[in-house]
Design a protein around this ligand. Structure first.
Ligand code: DGY
Length: 326
């Protein structure tokens, strides 16, 4: 088996691949492959362990027709044209479950950082602008007893919501399906998007990026929250119309935002970096040591299963299994 790993991942995953592959091509450089480099290095490979930053489209699949599986090192799969892969019998896998808590915890980190102005405070101290305690200095917003609105109550949304119990929060959620766990454990209420945006103090996004969720938070939606509301996004940047968000933050139509992901990642929409009421992280949702280790093992196991004629545990396009020889 000839396999490409498009960025260095934790050793546990590489070790599994090394034991089974005749040729293991790992991009050990400290940058992502350009589309052209990716295309060249996919040629002649049987499988690719790819990153969420790699665009895996029909053109790439046609340029590297020997590739039978793309194992994404992420739970999100919006970087891969799944229909194109399925039509070609190419198996696509992802890494669900192992990064749930890591991502939910980061959403909480953003929530608290935005609510209590942690980054503004840190900057003030480092820059020598802290002149001593002041009664009006960097006042923020409380968490206890407020309302948390969860958009997308899947694994990560549920984990984030469960964390609210310690702060006595009321939980609203907006989801295609009823979430029994949230309703039974937190007395959470399932509401429509408009209601959630209007009534929540903290709004946290946990939906995958699809045609339906693209720009689901745009200018119209950003008119609805309270002026004290805080928006958190650890899902995918393009779920929010970022230009509209910059405007809302500038006009103080919402109090603040905590973002881990960006519409044109890694580029920021003009003006976002100048908003002091935005806390900005470099897509760290799954970035804990254990989560990244588990993702490496899971992605490697998925890839090896697909390439050795077994059913991968986390196949996102099972129809491709029928079409391929697996
Ligand atoms: C994912 O796995 O989709 C996350 O965004 C990675 O941090």
């Amino acid at each position: 088996m000839k396999v490409l790993v498009t960025r260095e991942i934790p050793e546990e995953g590489l070790q599994l691949l090394r034991q089974r592959c005749q040729q293991l091509d790992v991009n050990t450089s400290d940058h992502n492959l350009t589309p052209e480099q990716l295309r060249q290095r996919c040629v002649g490979k049987d499988g690719v362990l790819c990153m969420l930053s790699d665009r895996i489209d029909a053109e790439l699949m046609d340029a590297a027709p020997t590739v039978r599986c793309f194992a994404n090192y992420a739970v999100g799969i919006d970087n891969i044209d799944i229909d194109a892969a399925t039509r070609r019998g190419i198996v696509v896998t992802n890494t669900p479950g192992v990064l749930t808590d890591a991502t939910a915890e980061l959403a909480w980190a953003l929530l608290f950082a935005a609510a209590r102005r942690v980054v503004e405070g840190d900057r003030m101290v480092r820059e020598g602008r802290f002149k001593g305690w002041e009664p009006m200095l960097l006042r923020g917003w409380p968490v206890r007893g407020t309302t948390l609105g969860i958009i997308g109550a899947g694994r990560i949304g549920t984990a984030m919501a469960l964390g609210s119990a310690g702060f006595g929060m009321k939980v609203l959620y907006c989801s295609r399906h009823e979430n029994r766990v949230l309703e039974e454990k937190l007395s959470a209420r399932r509401v429509g998007l408009e209601r959630l945006l209007t009534d929540s103090d903290y709004i946290s996004l946990h939906v995958p990026l699809t045609k339906q969720t693209y720009h689901m938070i745009g200018p119209k939606e950003l008119e609805l929250p309270k002026p004290t509301a805080i928006l958190i996004n650890t899902s995918r940047g393009a779920v929010i119309d970022e230009a509209a968000l910059v405007q809302a933050l500038r006009d103080k139509r919402i109090a603040a935002a905590g973002l881990d992901v960006y519409e044109h990642e890694p580029r920021l929409t003009e003006g976002l970096a100048d908003c002091p009421n935005a806390v900005l992280l470099p897509h760290l949702g799954s970035a804990t040591y254990p989560a990244r280790r588990a993702m490496a093992v899971m992605a490697a196991e998925n890839l090896l299963a697909a390439l050795t004629g077994r059913r991968p545990r986390n196949c996102v396009n099972p129809e491709a299994l029928e079409r391929s020889k697996i």
